[in-house]
Design a protein. Sequence first.
Length: 273
Amino acid sequence: MNQTAIDPVIDELWEHRATLDPTDVEARAHVVAAVDLLDAGAARVACVEGDDVVVDERAKRAILLSFRVLPMAEGNHAGSYVHDRMPLKTSFPGVRVVAGAIARWGSHVEPGAVLMPSFVNIGGYVGGGSMVDTWATVGSCAQIGRNVHLSGGVGIGGVLEPPQAAPVVVEDDAFIGSRSMVVEGARVRRGAKLGAGAVLTASTRVFEAETGVELTRGVAPERAVCVGSSRVRSFPGGDFGLPCLLVLRYLEPGQEHDKLALNEVLREHGVAP
């Protein structure tokens, strides 16, 4: 990722952010220029480089500064009253935008993506060929790859502070089942599938069903078919089930887009698709 896409002046403004307000015209111009780069996709809050998620702290600082230097403004969106510091996104070249979809300025949606009635917050990024389905939410700074399906009601969590904190990353070809939640900087690797209602946080324990091996917390492995599950833990008050993520199987390369294969795996394990 080009760490220099955003002007270093943002770092200088960050150092005295407590003194900034909407009357600082020069500061506001710098911040708006930085967020415009995010809006156009010329800069990103984070990207995957090898096995690592690399965060552009300057981009996150620009977003946080925008809440200090932008004034509250009234507006109207599809007949609804709006009173906010952050305007809505107005340009979606090559994107199918269904009535009811809302994206804030500073988010970017690549051509070929589809936004059903849904919400994409500032700093969020949605790759081409992906669908943000009905009532799904892409939180602030969350990074969604290409050819991803966020099913109905999916909640992708956002993160702004601290600036160095990694956002949620859903990599290319992933599938997130209906009503699932991926939050707190958790990561869904390329081609992974989460069954309906799965919950993945940064501290969620992840296990392989076949071996019982515990994997990296907060990460759905590449091409893994996963479902929400629970593990028993004893407390002074009794034994209770704590949530975890269970890897049922790994798909072969080339099965990333095959939803029928996903449904078949879930049926084999007695999990409704």
